[in-house]
Design a protein around this ligand. Structure first.
Ligand code: ZN
Length: 511
């Protein structure tokens, strides 16, 4: 009798958290038997390609995304500007060849917001690994008309690569769960004062420019075959300025093997000659960067908002299948599943594909400030929708399967998440960690005191966000199907619960 009573109480608790097993069954059936997630991810990676914020590629892709949302059946779709961002930049053509002492095509690509070369250029290569003011003297007068190798040779860490595993181990998940005391805020800024002699990257480029350097090569990748390259140094400070971009130098990120080969030949005092051509297109005017949004309107609580999202922008050298095309595909598929099963959420489920994440989480931050406000900043204040907001769920830690969720320091959502997780545990989605995580769009919500969450994900070895080799081929269909089902189920339950999700009372976010 007592046992029966306890069991009854346990079931009653479940029910009070409102886990709708029947709806989860429908979501699973749709998501596992009629999935479109790989079709969406495939179109985005193969046809749309890279989507640098404020590039022509991005503009095209955002029009597609709005259309896709409408096809899925979302309402109130919009390409919504969030800030005066800068000028558009697109790479239109790139070629790089080693001519001497031996012919070889070289793999690389230009950093964003760098200028073109003056047509096809042949030049010799010189090592100019400049770090401090003292380094400058030895290069003065010696760099006219050359290409420079501006970073030390790359080191490929095979040990580290060998340690990468496809799945988080049971021990790792257990450890995440058992770290029950939130870690303190991450310290901001360097612990030791910076060396005053150290030159800023933009000062080094400026020096090269004054000395008559034609092209700068760099290598910041430690993995075979991969090129990592971002933006011209100083872009965030000068707001992606056209003038600064034109006044800079072509800067080319090169794959480690090819970079190191040039470096080693030069160390033997044997001349290296390359041929290079870069054509980059710079916009004329400062333009607004945009997010893309759409909704499944709610019913009786339609004024209240549940959001799911991922960043739609990528770095420019590949479609960035893992970062964050996979997240966008999961979010669109989750919305499609909810529409396909005829879900009628009480709250409005809003789908967001953010812009400007890679440069500093701009799209979601500006959106949150404009729509919800910030109680900590009197200049912004609280907007009416602040109190109507329930929760935001994000995918952006690669393309790996969801294995759990980070509570972001919010103990008050543990019970709901544990209950909603129950019909999904067989997907390997089991861990709840109190820890806070950062570096993606949920922090925009968390930073203003709104519930925003990122899932615990597996890491797929070989996927390489922010590089030239992040394509469809390393996406795992099963993982993305599971993620879309989980995303749909969590959004649905959040939209159906009696109360909006509780907010935490202390600030534990990590930026
Ligand atoms: Zn990302």
């Amino acid at each position: 009798m007592i046992i029966a009573l306890i069991i009854f109480t346990a079931f009653a608790l479940d029910d009070s958290s409102g886990t709708d097993w029947e709806m989860v069954s429908k979501i699973r059936e749709e998501g596992f038997q009629r999935s479109q997630v790989m079709d969406i991810a495939g179109y985005m990676t193969d046809v749309l390609g890279a989507r640098l914020t404020l590039s022509q590629d991005m503009a095209r892709a955002q029009i597609w995304a709005k259309g896709k949302m409408e096809k899925i059946g979302l309402a109130n779709t919009v390409i919504e500007p969030f800030m005066d961002y800068g000028v558009a930049w697109d790479n239109e053509y790139f070629s790089l060849h080693l001519l001497e002492p031996d012919y070889q095509p070289i793999v690389g690509f230009p950093l964003t917001h760098t200028p073109s070369t003056k047509g096809k250029v042949k030049c010799s290569v010189v090592i100019a690994d400049v770090k401090t003011k003292k380094d400058l003297d030895q290069f003065r007068g010696k760099l006219k008309g050359v290409a420079v190798l501006a970073t030390p040779p790359a080191v490929i860490d095979l040990e580290r690569m060998a340690r990468a595993t496809l799945r988080r181990t049971p021990e790792e998940l257990k450890q995440l769960e058992e770290d029950v005391i939130p870690k303190p805020r991450r310290r901001r800024g360097p612990a030791t004062p910076p060396n005053p002699d150290l030159l800023k990257a933009e000062e080094i480029i400026e020096f090269f420019k004054t000395e008559g350097v034609r092209v700068v090569f760099e290598c910041r990748s430690g993995r075979p075959g991969l090129v990592r390259g971002f933006a011209r140094p100083g872009t965030k400070e000068d707001k992606w300025s056209r003038e600064k971009s034109l006044a800079s130098l072509p800067i080319i990120a090169v794959t480690p093997e090819h970079y190191n080969r040039m470096y080693r030949i030069l160390k033997r005092d044997i001349p290296v000659l390359v041929e290079i051509e870069v054509r980059n297109r710079l916009g004329k005017n400062v333009e607004k960067a945009c997010n893309v949004l759409g909704e499944i309107p709610g019913t009786d609580l339609r004024e209240e908002i549940v959001m799911i999202g991922a960043h739609f922008d990528t770095w420019h050298a590949s479609p960035n299948a893992s970062d964050d095309t996979s997240g966008c595909a999961v979010v669109l598929e989750a919305a499609r599943i909810l529409k396909a099963v005829g879900a009628q959420p009480r709250r409005t489920v809003r789908v967001a594909l953010w812009g400007g994440e890679e440069q500093g989480i701009y799209g979601s931050r500006e959106y949150v400030l404009r729509h919800f406000g910030n109680p900590k900043d009197p200049k912004v204040g609280i907007k009416p929708d602040y109190e109507k907001f329930s929760v935001y769920f994000n995918q952006d830690y690669g393309a790996g399967a969801f294995r759990g969720i980070f509570l972001q320091g919010n103990e008050f959502v543990r019970r709901e998440f544990a209950a909603w997780m129950k019909p999904l545990r067989d997907l390997g989605f089991t861990a709840i960690s109190i820890q806070s995580v950062g570096s993606t769009d949920h922090v925009s919500f968390d930073a203003v005191g709104l519930p925003g969450f990122q899932f615990i994900q597996d890491r797929i070895p070989g996927t390489a966000g922010h590089t030239n080799l992040d394509f469809f081929d390393t996406l795992q269909a099963d993982d993305l199907m599971k993620n879309a089902v989980i995303m749909a189920a969590f959004a649905y339950h959040a939209a159906m619960s009696d109360e909006r999700l509780p907010r935490k009372t202390i600030d534990t976010e990590i930026k």
